[in-house]
Design a protein around this ligand. Structure first.
Ligand SMILES: NC(=O)c1ccc[n+]([C@@H]2O[C@H](COP(=O)([O-])OP(=O)(O)OC[C@H]3O[C@@H](n4cnc5c(N)ncnc54)[C@H](O)[C@@H]3O)[C@@H](O)[C@H]2O)c1
Length: 333
């Protein structure tokens, strides 16, 4: 399909991962060439199907500079590579700051040295922290609880400083809960270990894992469980396509939420999984986890205004059905 970005080369750092592989597929469908930079620490070589793979580790400053130099004519860089396991960040902050913050610093420096000047950065709703003000707007105070959220916020600040001092053009996308899989079933969520609710609950429904733990059933919500905003991974991918075309239209700097704008409780998700799979999800109620907020959902207004973005696939049942379609193939069901 021809688009504003047709013919462009786009560097996708973390393109072998869950969201990155869907971004690469959307780029190819838009006529662009996605070049994946990835160390395959949590991504998968088999998910890099839509353009070349350059094996490179962001923690290696010289190597990332060489790779950026090799692709210095690319139109933009999409930076998705990160350590993402929130619990691990609490016990290994050194590893998280090294991979996320130092890694991003190396990338920004390599971009500066090679003249790559347009960046889309994957940030997260975890940068906001505790607030009762829902839906979350972009100008909400950012006071993250977790080491993971803190590293992402540090990178947001670094990018803002590079914009101010060196005129880097950027779009920071703060995703809410990414979920679902491409309808082809060829790529999907394959984290190891998996910490996200939908794939864990699908595995429990399929009998592939023991009872899952439902953390917190005494929240002040209609069914006592937390409320989250799930956004289909292909909607997230589409937000990148829209964002990339905006660089050509003068976009200089922005932070934008990428969510559906709708909240759904953990228990409602488990019920939908039972509907989609035909098997109920076995679970044990467990105590609340530190730092889990009661409600978290986006105000998607700025994404619509600035990028023309509206979620297309993020009805929860569609999300779950697409994830189930992918996992059935992977699990051989
Ligand atoms: N999954 C979500 O719900 C969610 C929500 C908000 C934000 N995000 C952000 O989106 C991005 C992608 O998330 P994901 O779920 O696809 O994660 P993922 O783990 O599937 O993908 C991350 C990719 O980055 C690569 N990588 C990690 N460290 C690297 C390094 N030092 N050098 C080179 N490559 C490296 C991994 O191999 C992997 O392919 C992350 O930055 C994450 O913080 C994700």
């Amino acid at each position: 399909m021809s688009s504003d970005i047709s013919g462009q080369t786009i560097i996708v750092v973390g393109g072998a991962g869950y969201i990155g592989s869907h971004v690469c597929k959307a780029l190819q469908a838009s006529g662009a060439v996605p070049v994946t930079f990835d160390n395959l620490s949590s991504g998968h070589e088999h998910a890099v199907k839509y353009g070349p793979l350059i094996k490179v580790d962001l923690r290696d400053k010289a190597a990332i500079l060489t790779s950026c130099g090799d692709y210095k004519d690319a139109s933009a860089v999409v930076h998705l590579a990160s350590s993402i396991e929130v619990g691990l960040g609490e016990t290994d902050p050194a590893g998280f700051y090294n991979n996320n913050v130092i890694g991003a610093f190396h990338l920004l420096e390599a971009m500066r040295e090679t003249g790559l000047n347009n960046l889309i950065f994957s940030s997260t709703c975890a940068t906001y922290g505790d607030t009762d003000q829902m839906p979350l707007m972009e100008d909400q105070t950012q006071k993250p609880f977790s080491v993971y959220g803190k590293t992402k916020l540090a990178i947001e600040h670094m990018i803002q400083s590079y914009h101010k001092a060196y005129d880097l053009k950027y779009l920071t996308l703060r995703y809410f809960n990414a979920a679902g899989a491409d309808e082809s079933g060829e790529i999907g969520e394959e984290h190891d270990p998996e910490t996200h609710l939908i794939p864990i609950a699908l595995a429990a429904a399929a009998g592939l894992r023991a009872k899952m733990k439902l953390f917190g059933t005494d929240y002040d919500t209609p069914d006592g469980t937390c409320i989250r905003d799930y956004i289909h991974v292909n909607d997230i991918a589409q937000a990148h396509i829209l964002g990339l075309s905006k660089f050509g239209q003068g976009l200089k700097a922005a932070e934008v939420n990428i969510g559906s704008g709708e909240g759904i409780s953990n228990l409602e998700i488990l019920k939908l999984i039972a509907d989609v799979t035909g098997s109920s999800v076995p679970y044990d109620a467990a105590p609340r986890r530190n730092g889990d907020l009661t409600r978290l959902y986006a105000d998607p207004g700025l994404a619509k205004e600035l990028l023309g973005f509206t979620a297309q696939y993020s009805d929860p049942k569609t999300i779950i059905a697409s994830a189930w379609n992918f996992h059935k193939r992977v699990w051989g069901l």
